[in-house]
Write a protein that binds this ligand. Structure first.
Ligand code: E4P
Length: 221
C-alpha cells in the first residue's frame, strides 16, 4: 500500500518524507488556505522534495476554466496529479487531461457509481472520502470494499483507489486488508501508526536491563 501525506504543510511533508515511508502528497483548497502559502510556488516546492504524485486541485467548477487551470498546474512539475471534482465537467476534464498524459485524481467521491465513472474517464486515482461518510453515520470503509471489488472485475480499469478523509489508523488497516492501492493520511494519523503502549513499555524495560549489564555495543571488541 502506498502512503501519501494529506497536508499542505511543507515542514510536515519534509519531516515525513525523511522517514522514507512516503510515496506522495495530496492537497486540497482547504489545506492550501490553512497553510497560508501561495498555491503554485508551494506545489513547486513540494514536488521538488517528493518523488511520487503531488495532488493539486483546480479551483474553478466549469469545464473550460478547470481545463486551463489543470494544464497550468500540470506544467509545474512532472509529478503533479491534477485534482478535479467528481462532477460531469470534472470528469470531462479528467478525460481530456488523462488523454494528454497528465495524472488526474478525481476527488469528492462518495459512491461506487461515481467511482465507476472516474475509472471510465481515465483517472489515475479515485478519492473516496471515508471519514466524511462515517461522520454521517454511513459506512465509509464499505465504499472502499465496493470500489476495490468493482475495479478488480475490470482489468481495463487502471485507476488506483486512494482512500481519503482518513481519521484514524483503523481506516488504513481495514483499507489495506481490502486491497486499496493508496491511503492519503494526515500527518498526525501517520504518527499514530507507530504507537503501541506495549512497544513503549517493552523498550523502556530493554533499555533499563541493558544498562544493568554495563556493556556498550560500540565499545565492544
Ligand atoms: C484528500 O485528498 C482529501 O481532500 C482529504 O482527505 C479530505 O479530508 P477531510 O475529510 O478530513 O477534509
Amino acid at each position: 500500500m502506498k502512503f501519501f501525506v494529506d497536508t499542505a504543510d511543507f515542514d510536515d511533508i519534509k519531516e515525513l518524507q525523511e522517514t522514507g515511508l512516503i510515496d506522495g502528497v495530496t492537497t486540497n483548497p482547504s489545506l492550501i488556505a490553512k497553510s497560508g502559502r501561495e498555491f503554485l510556488p508551494l506545489i513547486k516546492e513540494i514536488c521538488a522534495i517528493v518523488d511520487g504524485p503531488v495532488s493539486a486541485e483546480v479551483a474553478a467548477t466549469d469545464y473550460e476554466t478547470m481545463l486551463k487551470e489543470g494544464r497550468k498546474l500540470a506544467k509545474i512539475a512532472d509529478n503533479v496529479a491534477v485534482k478535479v471534482p467528481l462532477t460531469p465537467d470534472g470528469l470531462k476534464v479528467c478525460k481530456a487531461l488523462s488523454d494528454e498524459g497528465t495524472m488526474v485524481n478525481v476527488t469528492l467521491c462518495f459512491s461506487a457509481s461515481q467511482a465507476i465513472l472516474a475509472a471510465k474517464a481515465g483517472a489515475a486515482f479515485i478519492s473516496p472520502f471515508v471519514g466524511r461518510l462515517d461522520d454521517l453515520s454511513q459506512d465509509g470503509l464499505q465504499l472502499i470494499e465496493d470500489i476495490v471489488e468493482i475495479y478488480d472485475n475490470y482489468p481495463e480499469f487502471t485507476t488506483e483507489v486512494l482512500v481519503a478523509s482518513i481519521r484514524n489508523p483503523n481506516h488504513i488497516v481495514e483499507s489495506a486488508k481490502m486491497g486499496a492501492h493508496v491511503a492519503t493520511i494526515p500527518p498526525q494519523v501517520i504518527r499514530q501508526l507507530y504507537k503501541h503502549p506495549l512497544t513503549d513499555k517493552g523498550l523502556a524495560d530493554f533499555v533499563a536491563d541493558w544498562q544493568k549489564t554495563g556493556q556498550s555495543i560500540l565499545d565492544a571488541a
